[in-house]
Design a protein around this ligand. Structure first.
Ligand SMILES: [Zn+2]
Length: 469
């Protein structure tokens, strides 16, 4: 996972973690999305954008229209999480959290944060914990108070809106979902019509709904496994025996293990990997067949490619995980062209190594090369050029600043990563035009700014006069 994706990774892991364990370092780690973003990208008093994640762009990989980074943060903070003032009240009856029964330090922390929440009615718990006053309080507080605040944060973040509200709010974004997400969203829409006042989490945990997705998932898993059977028979006895045993264990994992056990798909794949550990020393035939088997197993449903796997997986996670993950997949993220975590050959974390990918493509890519990605997404070269053209237009029109050299800087890393499959054409870049457009934009902006305070003074004067008269 690449670094600007650190933001994404954090959110991703946070969304799926629902433990209440005390974590004293939460104060700094949770700032990532809201606070550091402002520092990095919002230069005051200029009419320009300095970060490609703040542009309307299509993903260089799948070609879908992404949501601006700040728009995703705003959606999560204002549409998914409730204001702390509301959430703190709701945890008392929704989570049966009776404050009078709590230890003294919890009562202290609760009363403090409740007062702050009432004074800042628009802030959610995360934002509230980052206000200077609360930060100051945290600095002086002992560990038990901090642990109590952390638990309250975790509880507040699990309070959720009704399914109807969430579905309507997502709809307003007019999201350009990939196919799997589009099906997931259609499913959520249908469910929200059946149970409009209940939360998505509640609905997906209803026995009949849970059973529905689980059954469909198991059917798919079994039918995929069955496709492997004829291939196993083509292996030499040494490998067919091992593969047969892996297959039997896999059926067991999917069909007889408790539904609460996670990572089943990964474990099934591992069983086969173990059966084929020394396959490189085997005959060509065995090697080729084992490759085919692994390819078939790669198509086993997972939460990125299958609606049933998605529903089963995220229904187990915290209450807001589902809408959050859906929105995260649309986020405009910085993908490290040369992966940041490629062993022994790490890519740098700066814009000369960034290309905008949607959250889903970025997460799916991991450290694979673009060359390998293109096999699964043959439209990537075309989509990359399309994005570069979009960015060039933003540069030429004087909207995006500090990126004049970027289109040519990024050419080589993209060429290397794709083994020449993506060749970037930057002919449309017009630096002269960009400079002139920026001067014009700046002049217009300054002109507007000049008039701003005068209008305010005029207003004030008018009011004062009005009162006197
Ligand atoms: Zn994408």
């Amino acid at each position: 996972m690449r670094i600007k994706t650190l933001t994404y990774t954090n959110l991703y892991t946070k969304a799926i973690s629902h433990t209440n364990t005390a974590n004293y370092s939460f104060i700094s780690t949770n700032k990532v999305d809201t606070v550091s973003f402002k520092k990095q990208n919002k230069k005051e008093n200029t009419p320009f954008i300095y970060d490609t994640r703040e542009l309307d762009l299509h993903c260089a990989c799948c070609g879908k229209l992404m949501l601006k980074n700040s728009a995703v943060n705003e959606f999560i903070n204002t549409k998914i999480y409730l204001p702390a003032n509301t959430a703190l009240k709701r945890i008392t009856y929704e989570q049966n959290f009776q404050i009078k029964d709590q230890p003294e330090n919890m009562q202290k922390a609760y009363n403090f944060i409740k007062k702050e929440a009432a004074q800042n009615p628009n802030l959610n718990i995360e934002e509230l914990l980052n206000t200077p006053k609360v930060q100051d309080y945290i600095k002086k507080a002992d560990h038990s108070i901090i642990a109590a605040l952390d638990e309250l944060k975790s509880r507040c973040k699990r309070v959720s809106h009704s399914s109807q509200y969430i579905v309507d709010e997502i709809e307003k974004l007019n999201p350009d979902f990939q196919q799997t997400e589009s099906i997931i969203f259609q499913n959520l829409k249908i469910l929200s019509k059946l149970y409009p006042t209940e939360t998505i989490h509640c609905i997906l945990n209803k026995p009949e709904v849970k059973e529905h997705y689980l059954k469909k998932l198991q059917n798919k898993q079994n039918s995929r496994l069955k496709k492997v059977t004829p291939l196993i028979q083509q292996l030499s006895p040494e490998y067919s025996q091992k593969a047969e045993s892996a297959l039997m264990q896999s059926f067991k994992i999917f069909n007889t293990e408790s539904t609460d056990i996670i990572h089943k798909r990964t474990r099934v794949i591992e069983k086969f990997e173990n059966a084929f550990t020394d396959i490189n020393n085997a005959t060509k035939q065995d090697k080729a067949v084992s490759d085919l088997i692994m390819k078939k197993l790669d198509k086993l449903p997972d939460s990125k490619n299958d609606v049933n796997a998605f529903m089963v997986k995220y229904a187990r996670k915290n209450e807001n995980a589902i809408p959050k993950i859906l929105i995260e997949r649309l986020r405009n993220t910085n993908d490290h062209v040369k992966p940041e975590h490629r062993k022994g050959d790490e890519g740098q974390s700066n814009k000369k190594n960034y290309l905008s990918l949607c959250g889903k493509c970025n997460h799916k890519r991991n450290t694979e090369s673009y060359f390998d990605i293109i096999h699964k997404n043959p439209q990537m070269p075309e989509n990359t050029q399309k994005q570069i053209d979009e960015i060039i237009e933003y540069i030429n029109n004087g909207i995006l600043a500090d990126y004049d050299t970027w289109p040519n800087d990024i050419k080589t890393p993209i060429g290397l990563e794709s083994e020449g499959c993506i060749f970037i054409d930057t002919k449309k870049l017009d630096i002269q035009k960009a400079k002139a457009s920026r001067i014009k934009r700046l002049q217009e902006y300054e002109e507007k700014e000049k008039h701003k305070p005068q209008i305010e003074i005029a207003k004030g004067t008018y009011r004062r006069h009005g009162k006197k008269d």
